[in-house]
Design a protein around this ligand. Structure first.
Ligand code: BG6
Length: 483
């Protein structure tokens, strides 16, 4: 992760789901940004692959439209750069599996011949989990597994059983070193900053434990609804889409013990230990919600009970965290988009300020923002100015933008960082099978007997039951939002 050569070796990238939602929203814009930042290999080809047919030129237009739609409009000055970028793009329609891998195999062979040498083969599976097995078998059947790395989007499986089956299939074709299970939250700058904050400084780690922390919150409300993703979302729901995946991964980084080093293996070992110490989720500790109007969306069944909101209370039963409740919350069509991790500190042992404006639920907090203006906020009680001894809420903030700004080096968003890492062959920020297997075990009771789905208004903070779940504490967002 530290100093390394930033130019990846030559690569043929095959993007399954090449004309899908993720390709448009994140992957093509990320490749464009990496290309503009000079972080792509000297020679590379991207083969977009999907069922429907499209000519190479049309795929270039698809890419141009995706860039325009997702904040990277190609300006008049960028036309030449885009033409150069588009010259790397190819497209192959038709299916791909062990019975019929030839279209992609031929396209890879063609690209390799063009480039010469032995380029890395990077397969990116931006497809639903049910397609992971057949595509991996196709890679094996066509002999494309040589020099290959395969990136699997999340979720890897949909429950403990399908995870185990998928894991077997994938391992029958690939070695663990070739498998890149992505969880893009791990590529977020602020999440990596948790390691820096904790282990590069003397001031945070000594209080990062049950002696000083009252509770932890990991909060990821989203204002968008499911948009055009009904078919994915109906079979996934918020628990699989966000909790078992992103929020558990975030928690593992907050909670882990100091690893022996920041190399992939020691880091993944510590994350696995966190998952092993986590208690299995109980139905009474989980609130499911569904925003009003969800069942009227196109592609959603009128009687759908898919959850678009989850709040959960969990514990990590180890020496550092025993007895510290951890609250997770996420949902679609909520009041605001935020992605925060908050550590709420315990009250001091003796309260001298009760009569001086101290709110009953006041805590001092350390909050890390993973979205928007990423950074860290410390909020605490301070004396208000004036002749009386009255308390008020105060805060101090570190912001990536303000503190590092233009001199801070290349800013990569999560997908850019992880795509670049996969091209470099760095698996540090990817997940390991033992960790994922355990996360599916942790939610098994909830998947088997889900709690009742409670309605909530669009633009709200979810069902009232989520407020009750955390009471007498409150959901905390900095800047005086208390919900
Ligand atoms: C994705 C989920 O993995 O993460 C989406 O499938 C969610 O439902 C998204 O909206 C959030 O990602 P971001 O880009 O806001 O960090």
């Amino acid at each position: 992760m530290g100093d390394r050569d930033l130019t990846p070796p030559d690569a043929v990238i095959v993007l399954f789901g090449g004309n899908g939602d993720l390709a448009r929203r994140k992957l093509i814009p990320s490749l464009w940004d990496l290309h503009r930042a000079g972080l792509m290999p000297e020679q590379w080809v991207l083969i977009g692959a999907s069922r429907s047919d499209m000519a190479d030129e049309a795929y270039g237009e698809f890419a141009r439209e995706a860039l325009a739609e997702f904040d990277r409009e190609v300006s008049a000055d960028d036309q030449d750069a885009f033409t150069e970028f588009a010259s790397h793009l190819r497209y192959r329609g038709g299916g791909f599996d062990a019975d019929d891998p030839s279209r992609i195999a031929d396209a890879v062979a063609e690209a390799e011949q063009e480039m010469g040498g032995e380029p890395t083969r990077l397969f990116y599976l931006a497809v639903p989990p049910s397609a992971f097995g057949p595509i991996t078998e196709g890679i094996g059947a066509a002999g494309l597994d040589q020099r290959a790395r395969v990136v699997f989007e999340k979720p890897f499986g949909t429950d403990a059983e399908s995870f185990a089956e998928l894991d077997d299939t994938v391992r029958s074709v690939l070695t663990e070193e070739q498998i890149y299970r992505i969880d893009h939250f791990l590529g977020k700058e602020t999440l990596q900053n948790v390691l820096a904050l904790r282990f590069a400084n003397g001031m945070f780690e000594p209080v990062w434990n049950r002696q000083h922390i009252d509770h932890i919150q990991i909060d990821s409300p989203e204002s968008i609804d499911i948009g055009s993703r009904a078919s994915f979302y109906e079979s996934t729901g918020a628990l699989r889409d966000m909790v078992v995946t992103h929020l558990f991964q975030v928690l593992s980084i907050i909670a882990l013990e100091p690893p022996v080093s920041l190399d992939p293996s020691p880091l993944m070992d510590e994350k696995r230990k966190v998952f092993e110490s986590m208690s299995t989720l109980r139905c009474e500790d989980v609130v499911f919600g569904q925003y009003e109007g969800y069942t009227e969306s196109e592609g959603v069944a009128a009687d759908s009970t898919t959850e678009t909101f989850v709040a959960a209370r969990i514990e990590i039963d180890n020496w550092r965290w025993a007895g510290v409740p951890i609250y997770l919350r996420t949902g679609k069509a909520m009041a605001e988009k935020r992605q925060t991790m908050t550590l709420a500190f315990k009250r001091p042992p003796r309260q001298m300020f009760a009569a001086h404006g101290l709110r009953a639920d006041a805590h001092d907090h350390l909050t890390l923002d993973m979205a928007g203006d990423q950074g860290v906020t410390v909020s605490f009680l301070a004396k208000r100015p004036g002749p009386r001894l009255r308390l008020g809420q105060a805060s101090m903030r570190f912001s990536y933008e303000q503190d590092f700004g233009a001199t801070g080096g290349v800013q990569l968003d999560a997908y850019e960082r992880l795509l670049h890492d996969a091209l470099l062959g760095d698996r540090t920020l990817f997940t390991r099978a033992d960790g994922i297997g355990r996360t599916w075990e942790l939610v098994k009771p909830i998947l088997e007997r889900p709690p009742r789905v409670l309605p909530y208004a669009r633009g709200s903070w979810g069902p009232e039951a989520a407020t009750e779940l955390i009471a007498p504490r409150t959901w905390h967002l900095p800047e005086d939002h208390e919900h």
